[in-house]
Design a binder for this molecule. Sequence first.
Ligand code: NCD
Length: 310
Amino acid sequence: MKRSVIDILDLSVEEIEALIATAGDIIDHPAAYAHACARKKLATLFFEPSTRTRLSFEAAMYELGGNVLSVTDATTSSASKGESVADTARTVSCYADIIAMRHPKEGAALVAAQSASIPVINAGDGGHCHPTQTMADLLTIRREKGAFSNLTIGLCGDLKFGRTVHSLINAMSRYPNNRFVLISPEELKLPSYVKRDVLKEKGIPYEQTTSLEDAMPELDVLYMTRVQRERFFNEEDYLRLKDSYILDAAKLRNAKADLCVMHPLPRVNEIAIDVDGDPRACYFKQVLYGKYMRMALILMLLELGKGAGV
Ligand code: NCD
C-alpha cells in the first residue's frame, strides 16, 4: 500500500521516533545505507523556488544510492501548457518510485497524492504546510534540547504565511507541557484556524506579543522566520513589514545560555551574521539534519531498510 506524507500529522508520534532513530543511525553508520535505494528513483517536482529543500531531497536520495529526476522550473514543464497537478503526478508515477513536490497552491500535494500510484511527499504547499522542514526542526530540537516537552518555544516573524511555523506548531502540540510565544506584527499573526484547531483545541498555553525583546529571556527555542514576500498582495506592505524583527548579538544578551536559535532558511535580514558564531545558533545544523530526516523518510515510504539494495 503506497503511503504519502502531506501533513506532519500524517506521521504518528511513534513514527516520528522511528524516523529520528533511523536518522541517528544514518549519521553514525552512513556506509550501511549507501545502497539502500539502489535502482530507485526520486522525482523532485518543484513549481516554486527552493535551494535547500530540493537539494536536500536529492542529496538524500544520492546518499541512499538512488537516482533523481527533477523538474526545477514550472515554466519548463508541461504545467506551463496547462497540465493539471493530478495528470502530472500520474505521469511521473510511470517514471519514478517516489515524488517530492513543492507547489504554490495550498492542497496541491494532496491532489498529487490522490492521483499518483507512488508515495508523494509534500515539500511545501503554498502557505499551508511543510512537513519535512518540520522533521528537520524536530531532529534539531531533539539533539539540542534532548526532549520535545517542557519547552517555551518562541516563533517570530511571519506567522501568517510561514508554512514551516504551522507545521511545527502542529508537531510540537502533540508533546506534553510545551508553551508557545507568538511574536509577530499585527498583520502577520498566526492564522485563527491554527490557533483554534490546534492551540485552543488542545488547551496549549500560548501568548501573542509584538516584542521579541520582551519574550527573549523565557525562551528555550527561538524559531525565526522570513517575511514571505511571495504571498503578499502588495509590495508596499511587504516593504513595511520585512524588517520587523532582526535578531542580533545584542538581543541575545538577554537570552538563556542554552537557547536554541532556529530558522528554516533562507534568511534575508532576520538574523544578523554576528549571531552565526554564537553556540546557540543552530540553523545550519538544522539544514544538515533535514537531509538525514529526508533519507529516513524516503526509506520508510519505500519500505526499505539498512542494507537493502546490496
Ligand atoms: C521555507 C519554506 O520554503 O517554506 N524554506 C525551506 O524550505 N527551508 C521557509 C521560507 O522560505 O521562508
